[in-house]
Ligand binder design. Structure first.
Ligand code: SAM
Length: 281
């Protein structure tokens, strides 16, 4: 017979590399719930096995989350306690779980966090870049044009920027970030945090591009890229904006008109923008 009191949804963070980062409360929760909704059940099975734990696992990933959420909510309403985990770190942070959390909350189910590792926060905590105000951007678009547009749109952001990146695209992303944000921006590249080959590189964006070009090992693994925000009222920022406006307007207008409008929009000197028309993009 089912319990008439609804169960809870426990959103449980798991390690991003070092198994020692699974908290005692996370382990206790994973052991005690009726079922665990996991991004990859085999991955979570291995994590549990490393702690001598067993549980009923239910796959919950981007492709089945809508349908699976309804069933999980029904189970919780009938009294089951469910834990939500992703493969690494905190669920919902560039990981599945958003729909399940919304559905549970809508159904009046108590959703409770069991906090722990998150790569973005771990990287920020060691970066030495302003941590009082920051923006989490997650993964940039895969396609080069969309990625550059997103970066250019962020060029004037004053807050510290945090990106996730994979080994396949890290070199291209650093190059695009250097082009969009200019050569002076301080950045930190945190690789393989909490793992054997943990590395935290810092420098300007072109310096980081160079470091990766010189050392193939620095392309391996998982990355968090942290970039300092645009300096307030900085000429560079105004120029970056002006340049962006100019290149967009120049697709539709003669260069002189595009430079005049871009200068009005950004506050950058018209002649400087006009001269940029001859520079390589
Ligand atoms: N939910 C996770 C969290 O809380 O950080 C993030 C999941 S997302 C699918 C995976 C991305 O997180 C990786 O591509 C990388 O950008 C970042 N990441 C995860 N583990 C990392 C680690 N140990 N070191 C550096 N970055 C990591």
């Amino acid at each position: 017979m089912s319990d008439s009191t609804p169960g809870r949804l426990h959103v449980v963070a798991t390690p991003i590399g070092n198994l020692g980062d699974l908290s005692p409360r996370a382990l206790e929760t994973l052991r005690s719930v009726d079922a665990i909704a996991a991004e990859d059940t085999r991955h979570t099975q291995k994590l549990l096995a490393a702690f001598g734990a067993r549980a009923t696992l239910i796959a919950l990933h981007d492709h089945n989350e809508a349908a699976q959420s309804a069933q999980l909510v029904a189970r919780m309403l009938a009294g089951a306690d469910i834990a939500l985990v992703s493969d690494a770190g905190t669920p919902l942070i560039s990981d599945p779980g958003f729909r399940l959390v919304c559905a549970a909350r809508e159904a009046g189910i108590v959703v409770t966090p069991v906090p722990g590792a998150c790569a973005a926060i771990a990287a920020l905590s060691v970066a030495g870049i302003a941590s009082d105000r920051f923006v989490f951007e997650g993964f940039l678009p895969n396609k080069a044009t969309a990625r550059r547009e997103r970066l250019e749109a962020l060029a004037a952001e004053l807050r510290t920027l945090i990106f996730y990146e994979s080994s396949h695209r890290i070199a291209a992303t650093l190059e695009d970030a250097a082009a969009a944000f200019g050569p002076q921006r301080h950045a930190v590249l945190a690789r393989e945090l909490t793992k054997r080959f943990e590395t935290v590189l810092d420098g300007t964006l072109p310096e980081l591009v160079e470091r990766l070009a010189q050392d193939a090992d620095q392309h391996r693994g998982e990355f968090v890229l942290i970039v300092e925000g645009a300096p307030e009222g900085d000429d560079d920022t105004v120029l970056v904006l002006g340049r962006r406006a100019f290149s967009l307007l120049r697709e539709h207008l003669p260069p002189s008109q595009a430079a005049r409008l871009a200068a009005e929009i950004s506050g950058a000197p018209r002649k400087r923008l006009y001269a940029m028309g001859d520079e390589a993009p």
